[in-house]
Design a binder for this molecule. Structure first.
Ligand SMILES: Nc1nc2c(c(=O)[nH]1)N[C@H]1C(S)=C(S)[C@@H](COP(=O)(O)O)O[C@H]1N2
Ligand SMILES: [Mo]
Length: 279
């Protein structure tokens, strides 16, 4: 292992020891602070890891620990919340967890740049490109398509998965039916704040559980998770689930988005471990 990678591994081992010892202490807060410091130090070394696969694996190992830490932190502050379901960290059905993925109790927050300070009134979704009718929708107009609920699993390419997310939203298929795709349309570029985008085939975008969602586990979608409105594509890696979605543009070809341009897979099927191009 390279030097930065073994430094990260050491930090993670120490974090795990601290975590194991924390419940035995009268006041777990200092242990939690130490854990947060160790994990942020580990994250600080990620960019020094040259091997892309190893970097991804370590990023996932850190993200899972941060997610569980956030979850514990919030849980002790608020007490157990009956509304927000805790994701299971084990499952009786190993067939639900794609290869190379691990379950996390928390819900990691991952995005490029800063989350916007958006309220519901800021939502403007444009549906354009190869459509017969161009749409510009505010949140009420999105909701008017008729909300549905879908409980689905979420798999991030950095190897964490969160099972049983209940999303409330409208089916992208219903929105696109109103816009009426032109016959030449085969793909879409979906964009989100601030300069994020991803590519999807129309087939992947119009599945029955592919939603434009404004609620998660029956609570308003927090802004850090893409609220007020995000795309959710459960059958593909999380980077396809665009937060703060602003535009769906139909195209007659596959146009790479933010991560695909940086070497991620064009399709991103977690069951086939399509993490990087060529996988
Ligand atoms: N606008 C925007 N959406 C985004 C991203 C981003 O950087 N910007 N990151 C993606 C990635 S890689 C993942 S795993 C999920 C994470 O969603 P979460 O923060 O709600 O867990 O958001 C996706 N959507
Ligand atoms: Mo991700």
């Amino acid at each position: 292992m390279s030097e930065p990678a073994s430094r990260i591994a050491t930090l993670l081992r120490r974090a795990d020891e601290v975590r194991k010892a924390a419940p035995a202490r009268r006041d777990p807060a200092p242990a939690r602070a130490q854990l947060a410091r160790l994990l942020s130090e580990a994250r600080g070394h990620l960019d020094e890891v040259d091997d892309a696969d190893l970097r991804l694996e370590l990023a996932g190992a850190i993200a899972r620990r941060v997610a569980d830490l956030d979850h514990e932190e919030v849980a002790t502050l608020l007490g157990p919340s009956p509304e927000v379901a805790v994701a299971p960290t084990t499952t009786d059905d190993p067939g639900r967890v794609p290869p190379g993925q691990h379950l996390t109790a928390g819900f990691p927050v991952l995005h490029v740049g800063r989350a916007p300070a958006w309220g519901e009134e800021d939502v403007r979704l444009t549906v354009t490109g190869l459509v017969t009718e161009r749409l510009v929708l505010d949140l009420d107009e999105v909701r008017a398509f008729g909300s549905v609920e879908r409980t689905t699993d979420f798999h991030c390419v950095t190897t964490w998965s969160r099972l049983d997310n209940t999303w409330t939203g409208v089916r992208v298929a219903d929105v696109l039916a109103r816009a009426v795709p032109k016959p030449a349309a085969t793909h879409a570029v979906v964009s989100g704040y601030p300069a994020y985008s991803t590519n999807l085939s129309l087939e992947d975008l119009t599945g029955d559980d592919v939603l434009l969602a404004w609620m998660h586990d029956r609570e308003p979608l927090p802004v850090e998770h893409g609220g007020p409105l995000r795309l959710v594509v459960p059958h593909l890696y999380g980077w396809k689930s665009v937060k703060w979605v602003t535009e769906i543009r139909l195209t007659d070809r596959d146009v790479r988005g933010y991560w695909e341009e940086r070497g991620y897979h064009d399709l991103g099927d977690p069951w086939r471990e399509q993490r990087f191009r060529g996988d």
